[in-house]
Ligand binder design. Sequence first.
Ligand code: GLN
Length: 315
Amino acid sequence: MYLSPEQIQNAINTAYTNHAKETGGANADYIPFLKNVDSNLCGLSVVTVDGQVFSAGDADTPFAIESISKVCTLALAMNDWGQQAIMDKIGVDATGMPFNSVMALELHGDKPMSPLVNAGAISAASLIKADSREHRWSRILQMQSDLTGTDIQISDELNESEQTTNFHNRAIAWLLYAAGYLYCEPDEAVDVYTRQCSTLLTTKALATMGATIAAGGINPITNKDVIKEAYCASILAEMTMEGMYDTAGDWAFTVGLPAKSGVGGGILAVVPGVMAIAGFSPPLDPIGNSVRGQKMVASVAQTLGFNLYQCARKR
Ligand code: GLN
């Protein structure tokens, strides 16, 4: 199906106009930095697999990547270890529980089950091949830069805000360590995981990251080969399963695209082989997904006719 640039821009404009002023939800408040971000910010971008970029609203405003970083670290862990090791060492199933759930661990012998919840993401960070803490961190940061095609930087202020409040994640790391699902020292794993959540990016950069996966692992803006082609389908399947946490099922049922959200208000959906749609607005629903972001991204997908599960009748 050919889509003209005008069709794509119109779909974005409509989504933004209809939902940018939507009320409801609240900024994440368990990380002090996020509580203070302007709740009115709202941005939307599409990047296609041939490198076209479309945007509306605050698409150049940097925001916290948070959990969306889990996709980058998963991609790096897959490049390092391959598919089977991720299944064995972390697990790739939906937990059906909140992203920081300890009960989800307890139900599965402390196996994290998914690299897209906190436990599995801390485990994935610990799996990255590295000979020191700073080497581990620099490889993860480089992956974020390679996927987004931009020079991604940590926010020292956000990192400080997270490092001084991340006690629940530290407890999770020690549980994983005790059960043999952590592959470096717990303190190093949580430190690096917390840093990976504390980088800033724009919706343009986020959509570029999604378009890189949509394009089979080659960044359409920089042409850099970032993820092995064979792993992109697995990453997208995992996003479908756990990317929107406890409402991943609702999202698949209604929108039908792999997606990943973060408590900074970002959300990324991928149309395999075609494009990625990225939204940002800080107020979250009770699950931790951006209220306006979900509506805008779903609107663009629906207007352009993208749902992986749609079954067109022969006419
Ligand atoms: N840094 C956050 C945490 O560890 C990320 C959570 C999220 O975005 N869902 O809780």
